[in-house]
Design a protein around this ligand. Sequence first.
Ligand code: SF4
Ligand code: SF4
Length: 228
Amino acid sequence: MDIASELKYFALSQGLVAIGSAPVAAYSGAPRGHRPEEFLPGAKTVITFSYRMNQAAIKHLPQTRGQYMMEFNTVNQLLSQAGHKMTRLLEEKGYPSLAISPEAAIGDYPRLKADFSHKHSAVLCGLGQFGLNNLLLTPKYGPGVRLGSVFTTAEITLDTSPIDGNLCDNCGKCVDICPAGALNNYQESYSIQTGRPIDKEKCSHYKFAVHNGNRCGMCIKACLERFL
Ligand code: SF4
Ligand code: SF4
């Protein structure tokens, strides 16, 4: 079995719902300090993969905020384990590789920016498109997935199915539901390939000031209903 087939088989065995790849050169537009080869010299490929969150915990927000946090943290752990095992599989074949945490940069006030954007990578790897809520929308599960990535020195191509049309229909429900006003404005700079700026300060402040650091998730809930 070649490496690409082995990785797809591995992804299925871990319950991942999608996996794709892109050459490191595709990330040349990323800001300095956030490019794959700065973390793993000699990196040639980025692999990004997704795991679906169970839907009721999102659908019944805000009542289910505790259950949503459990879902969020459990899925992050599963993605971390999948990334760790994928890295081990690649290292044992002689390819230095590095798993990137699925945890977002919550509370990282100096930057409010993770080491690496799994969402931008997921678009480059063919897993989905940005919605107006600046989340990754996937064809089957909409915004109800979380993401992990692996950088590797192996050259790997993991094909994905093309996505027809725009997954975001510009309904504006995510903007309207945001209790912090973090999604206002910027709509004109939105694209399905690169997303849009959101007011991260407002979003983060809301999480800490109102929900003790627990995630809000209302922009996921508003959008997920379209995909159920
Ligand atoms: S998580 Fe909540 S506060 Fe943050 S952008 Fe989404 S709806 Fe707004
Ligand atoms: S809620 Fe509507 S506007 Fe917002 S991302 Fe989803 S489809 Fe797009």
